[in-house]
Write a protein that binds this ligand. Sequence first.
Ligand code: FAD
Length: 267
Amino acid sequence: MRIACLVKPVPDPEYYNRISIDPVRGILTRAGIPVVMNPTDRHALEEAIRIKEKMGGEVVIFSMAPDDAGGILKDGLAMGADEAYLLSDRAFAGADTLATSYTLAKAIEQFGPFDIILAGNESADGSTSQVPPQVGVWLSMPSLAGIIRMEYGESFRVWCDVEEGRVEYEVTPPVVFAVKRGINTPRYIGIKGIMAAKSKKVSIIRVGDISVDLDRIGLNGSPTRAGRIVVPDIGRKGETITGSPGEIAEGIIEGLRKAGVIKEGMI
Ligand SMILES: Cc1cc2nc3c(=O)[nH]c(=O)nc-3n(C[C@H](O)[C@H](O)[C@H](O)COP(=O)(O)OP(=O)(O)OC[C@H]3O[C@@H](n4cnc5c(N)ncnc54)[C@H](O)[C@@H]3O)c2cc1C
């Protein structure tokens, strides 16, 4: 069983207060902010390694990100992945989800074939959930998203969260799976894993290393145009209510009434 796992580096949530908007270009300024492995992708990787441990095979990480993301991929190798490809080239920059998924799919095709592609259900920053199903479309593979539980044997039984409940599927690879965080608890990276990762490879893939249509990558291949980006004026104000628990509750209700959140006679 060959499993490709998609891992996206995202800005470290500890530093979110340092992300700003460039007022001229209308894009996010993330320079100097450390990156971490997208939290959901850690769960995707854990599931990929569990499948490998049960069924044999190998887990290969694919990531499209700048060169400095290599450390995150090393973490993935320390968790138990076998190999990692980092797609990093100025030609890939400015990609929207379509160009991102195309580039990832072409690399997966080149270094494949793979039976399963495992991804996080959404990234912590862009959070569109578009990349995994789009990769499926580029590779003509079916995809399932919102996966909260999986069982594997001859076929895969997969439980997906949907708005009104949960749907159970039975599928046979090749298939793309996008998993949610509740699916498992990612393993702790121990010293043994860190030592093992030293002999594993992170291969940097430049644009010339994969067979891509240059009109489909980076900004050229991105039909999405970001509109005006503004910081909403939240204008929060605080008020301290003191007194007995009953007086405080009355004060809260009065405040909600004044703000028009609850109407006269509702409580
Ligand atoms: C016009 C435009 C220009 C942009 N320019 C840039 C830019 O210059 N630099 C930049 O960083 N972003 C840029 N972005 C954002 C970029 O498009 C998204 O970060 C990217 O397409 C992933 O989308 P998402 O975060 O919504 O992923 P989702 O679809 O929410 O991610 C779901 C899962 O897909 C996988 N995945 C997603 N992205 C990657 C990846 N890159 N590598 C491996 N796996 C992945 C992960 O498993 C992830 O959990 C741009 C967006 C637009 C619209």
